[in-house]
Design a binder for this molecule. Sequence first.
Ligand code: ATP
Length: 353
Amino acid sequence: MSFLTLSNIQKSFGPVQVVKDFNMTIDKGEFVSFLGPSGCGKTTILRMIAGFEAPSGGSITIGGKSQTNLKPNQRNIGMVFQAYALFPNMNVADNVAFGLKVAGKPAAEIEARVKEMLGLIKLDHLAERYPYQMSGGQQQRVALARALAPKPQVLLLDEPLSALDAKIRVSLREEIRMIQQQLGITTVFVTHDQEEALSISDRIVVMNAGRADQIGTPFEIYNKPATRFVASFVGTLNLIEAKVVDTAANRISIGDQGITLREPLGAVKAGDTVSLALRPEAGSIAEGAKGDTALTGTVIASNFLGSVIRTRMKVGDAVISFDMFNGPGLVPPAVGETVTLRFTASDLLIIRE
Ligand code: ATP
């Protein structure tokens, strides 16, 4: 059921178009992340939903109601920013109560709602504290409670975790996702961190220079990247240039080694170059472990990353990284050694755009 609709949204600042004809419908209760590098327009889209920026073209509706002529405070939206934008002169309870007071809710209702919100973020015991007496992670939980207290229709999160250290970032993102699901609130989350987007979203919009290159579930985005940009931005990936050998047989070569692809090659001819994507975790060098195809190369480097050892090998002119999972009995190959990486032909994706 479509709830938040963005139709033909455009935004220009002077002569520069930073959002180019963006279209999307978001379902009620869905968690959607906008993911992309700095400057791709993701924050601008969020700010247009909030009403802080007016679109240069297009329309936004929430629950069927046009938002175009509504000021930010007339939209039923809660927002959390990157910097903990709490009121420094108010304690936690007063920060959470703020939106309810502005809305003129009765004191008893405010008190009950604040209590409920502090329970939700598990900070009941810090109701009297001031922002300067709390950690960054605690302050962001209060910011979340403050945004949710007036029961907004949509929650907007603008890189709310970027200022926190790595461990807190992971635990808070899990908490945000749990709270979002518990309340069933439609949420739009902006991030440039692909792991964050993959881990908490129902769907991800991968933004590239003002456009959505792909909109899909984390699984689709990771396993079936639609463009070269998505493939290289999300996760670690080998982009390999291969030569078409025989179109009818789906046959290509990497260096001088032939491979038959699963996916039809499409409109190319023998001698053309095609780009193939292969995730490092797709293959295995264990004898006979996987697959219906293989590449043999010379190891040029090995990096110990903890759970995996990422090894790079040279196959013709291509450098291909693959992961070997750490565990008992693992003997990483030495630099200079010849190894054979086995995988299934469907692990090799053709990147067409
Ligand atoms: P970041 O992660 O760095 O915030 P972003 O993808 O969220 O990046 P936006 O903040 O949406 O990017 O900005 C998109 C482009 O629009 C950038 O080139 C930015 O410089 C420009 N821009 C944003 N706001 C304004 C403004 N008020 N006036 C002029 N240009 C702006």
